[in-house]
Design a protein around this ligand. Structure first.
Ligand SMILES: Cc1cc2nc3c(=O)[nH]c(=O)nc-3n(C[C@H](O)[C@H](O)[C@H](O)COP(=O)(O)OP(=O)(O)OC[C@H]3O[C@@H](n4cnc5c(N)ncnc54)[C@H](O)[C@@H]3O)c2cc1C
Length: 533
């Protein structure tokens, strides 16, 4: 019997990746503990009842990217997994124009035809091509990427296999992957579509949570990334977990405990304990020491390498990569409690338009102008807003007849040129409200309460450096073979027994769980190595 300070594995950080990692380790029979600094687990995936009856998804708000095998492996349905469909995407335009897309492909064809019959055809073809690209990439998303700098024959063989796999893909898929890597979302869309409203709606997936405009090269890959998920087998679709993403992370917490894992909240880790290149435990902020041969950081790369251990003990090239790793958070949240649903002129009283996403960003130029503010170190006064009125999908989120509305707001740079976020918080809330009032006249009168979450708040509360929602930008030089650094993309660190499993590792951020799952796979494969050294 091990004492309550002796474990097989200690996971630092109870975000969804830490919980998933711990669940796999506990399921494999390791005595595992999760340490979470906050009073609740979930990290950036939590739900909070800030005023009685109104539940806010403080940070993340929709689910799609979660790797489906995790649901099976961890038996999440038995622990309460319940993802509800977010059926429609409503895109208000200028001068009362709008586009409403939903799950019915024929209806979408007709809706897009109102703007352009060519677009209706091209949208169908493009969607099909993107689905094929996603299926082609799935084996790479779901496996530990090769080490691109190692000269070890086994690693070299994995690199050869990777190249062979890519070379073996159909040529149109390879070309499309190249486009996503090398072109902006706007460039790709210009090739296929003419309706600006439709282009803006699609391009929004390329700028979410990222310091990139629709005409920035980086937006191609971000768009593709957001298509990798699914809802109910439908590629690229999104859902809403019952009780929000906090409902989802409570499911994960139950899974951890069902496999015998322990979760300790209000329990911050000060640093990893290690000597002679080998980890042996964690020192807690209260001074207690917990011991384990395996220590896993579910925090972002900056905290994993620069705070939980002494960077002087790490190789210089790794430290340089982590210092250069771009965070530069640029997204905020404004969550509203509303007395009733907003109204869109011309569609008065239609509630179905709000049963999914409402994209406030009517043209590529509009999005690009919002981005220009961000580049100048200002938050955008006419921001792109991705809204969800979640109480239309899950009525338990708000009192009867009332609503909660989650607004994800781009662009709000972490570093403000002439001010600071503590001074600008309410101004941001006002700008978001003014923008919504423009598209949904009367909106201001519906607001009973609002919660404003700036990039600084994201950093302060969750610990995501510079408030980057993905634990580091998902730009090509920071992905796959390089996430978070070349040679250190396989969840190990230079300290034997110390691993990383946060969103700053492959396959990346979002409520995806891939990093937690793949890191557990690596650790379980390495167990003999860890204990023998
Ligand atoms: C505003 C916002 C909106 C988003 N919207 C979506 C969305 O709708 N859909 C989607 O898929 N993704 C979304 N994302 C991205 C997604 O939520 C994150 O990428 C993901 O949740 C990160 O998960 P993680 O487990 O890797 O890390 P985190 O969630 O950051 O978890 C890390 C945990 O570690 C804890 N911690 C930190 N330091 C310590 C310490 N020293 N000791 C102990 N514990 C510590 C933190 O409190 C936290 O709980 C959003 C993110 C944000 C911020």
């Amino acid at each position: 019997m091990k004492s309550d300070t002796q474990y097989d594995a200690i996971v630092i950080g109870g975000g969804h990746n830490g919980l998933i990692n711990a669940a796999y380790l506990a399921k494999a029979g390791l005595k595992t503990i999760v340490l979470e600094q906050r009073p609740l687990v979930g990290g950036a995936a939590i739900t909070e009842e800030l005023i009685p009856g109104y539940k806010f998804t403080t940070f993340s708000y929709a689910l799609s990217l979660l790797r489906p095998d995790i649901v099976q492996d961890l038996d999440l349905a038995a622990h309460g997994l319940m993802v509800l469909p977010m059926t429609n995407t409503f895109q208000p335009g200028f001068n009362g124009e709008y586009m409403l897309l939903g799950p019915n492909k024929d209806a979408n064809f007709h809706e897009i035809s109102r703007f352009s019959t060519e677009d209706a055809e091209s949208y169908r073809d493009l969607s099909h091509l993107i689905n094929r690209v996603c299926h082609a990439l799935m084996p790479l998303v779901d496996s530990i990427p090769p080490n691109s700098i190692s000269q070890d024959p086994a690693d070299l063989a994995e690199m050869v296999q990777l190249n062979e796999y890519i070379d073996g893909l159909p040529s149109d898929i390879r070309e499309m992957i190249q486009k996503f890597i090398n072109c902006s979302a706007a460039e790709i869309l210009d090739e296929y579509l003419e309706s600006d409203l439709l282009k803006a709606q699609i391009a929004s997936s390329g700028i979410i949570g990222t310091k990139a405009g629709p005409r920035s090269k980086e937006s191609g890959l971000i768009w593709l990334f957001h298509k990798l998920g699914e809802y109910d087998g439908e590629q690229g679709e999104w859902g809403f977990h019952k009780n929000g993403n906090g409902g989802f992370t409570q499911v994960l917490a139950r899974a951890v405990e069902s496999f015998g894992g322990t979760i300790r909240t209000d329990c911050g880790a000060e640093h990893v304990i290690y000597a002679n290149g080998k980890s042996s435990g964690v020192l807690l902020k209260d001074g207690t020491e917990l011991n384990a041969p395996v220590v896993v950081s579910a925090l972002d790369p900056r905290r994993t390498f620069m705070e939980l251990v002494n960077p002087n003990d790490l190789p210089d090239d790794l430290v340089k990569h982590i210092r250069d790793f771009k965070f530069q958070g640029s997204a905020s949240k404004v969550n509203f409690a509303l007395s009733a649903l907003p109204n869109f002129p011309g569609l008065d009283g239609r509630t179905d338009i709000f049963t999914g996403f409402t994209n406030v960003g009517p043209s590529i130029d509009f999005l690009e102008e919002a981005f220009a503010d961000c580049q100048a170190g200002k938050f955008s006064r006419k921001p792109f807003i991705d809204c969800c009125i979640q109480s239309t999908v899950d009525p338990d989120m708000a009192p009867p007849g009332k609503h909660v509305m989650s607004c994800f707001v781009m662009y709000t740079p972490y570093h403000l040129a002439d001010s600071d976020w503590d001074s600008e918080r309410e101004n941001l809330g006002d700008a978001v409200q003014a923008c919504l009032e423009e598209f949904f006249p009367g909106f201001n009168k519906l607001v009973e309460h609002r919660e404003i979450v700036t990039p600084l708040d994201i950093e302060r509360v969750v610990g995501l450096s510079e408030g980057n929602i993905f634990a580091g930008e998902m730009f090509t030089p920071q992905m796959f073979l390089n996430r978070p650094a070349p040679g250190w993309n396989q969840y190990r660190t230079p300290i034997n027994g110390y691993y990383q499993c946060g969103s700053g590792t492959h396959p990346g951020g979002g409520v995806m769980g891939g990093p937690g799952k793949l890191a557990a796979r690596k650790i379980l494969n390495d167990l003999e190595r860890i204990t023998s050294l």
